[in-house]
Write a protein that binds this ligand. Structure first.
Ligand code: HEM
Length: 162
């Protein structure tokens, strides 16, 4: 099924356009990397605060309110630039086990991030500066950190597993 999708995609005028207009792929990769930086910095700030490692002068609620919008606005940007890269070179990505793993990890990372948002929102007592997160929230934060960095590593490794 993926094979026939790739065969169809690479024959589309859109794929030909992405391949032949020289700046589209490099600009998409640059925007993708900038989005990656915003996501990793925001996830790191939130998750380390939840784990009690950093940012303790800021409340948990304050940290999530500040950094979650960066993640939620960067992901659609990553999906758009990622889609352009896929349409331009469908076989390079869709048939690539590392890309498939990355997308699976991405679903898990989005669920973990949503979980942190709902858990912090649902526990106003956690709001105070220096507030200590319950172990369940810390476990989700540790998982979120591992997932986002694994996605970034997979993103880079895609090129080596074609
Ligand atoms: C939201 C959906 C996303 C899609 C559809 C997507 C898709 C892609 C594609 C197709 C590539 C090019 C791989 C190649 O051909 O070499 C790529 C590269 C990459 N992606 Fe994503 N990606 C997404 C989200 C993310 C996220 C959330 C991160 C990190 C947190 C990420 C990190 C990377 C990295 C580091 C690269 C390598 C860039 C390079 O070295 O040029 N991606 N992604």
């Amino acid at each position: 099924m993926l094979e026939s999708l790739c065969a169809w995609l690479e024959k589309t005028p859109l794929s030909a356009g992405i391949q032949n207009v020289g700046w589209i792929i490099p600009v998409s990769q640059i925007v993708h990397i900038l989005g990656l930086a915003a996501i990793l910095f925001s996830a790191l700030s939130i998750d380390l605060r939840v784990l009690g490692v950093g940012g303790r002068r800021t409340s948990l609620a304050g940290m999530t309110e500040h950094f979650l919008p960066w993640i939620w606005s960067a992901v659609p940007l990553m999906a758009t630039t990622g889609a352009i890269l896929i349409i331009g070179e469908p076989r390079r990505d869709l048939l690539n086990p590392v890309f498939q793993t990355k997308m699976l990890l991405l679903v898990c990372a989005l669920l973990a991030t949503l979980g942190i948002q709902l858990m912090v929102r649902g526990a106003p007592s956690l709001g105070g500066p220096g507030g200590r997160a319950p172990w369940g929230l810390r476990a989700v934060a540790a998982l979120s950190l591992a997932l986002w960095f694994s996605i970034a590593i997979c993103g880079r490794l895609i090129a080596y597993f074609m």
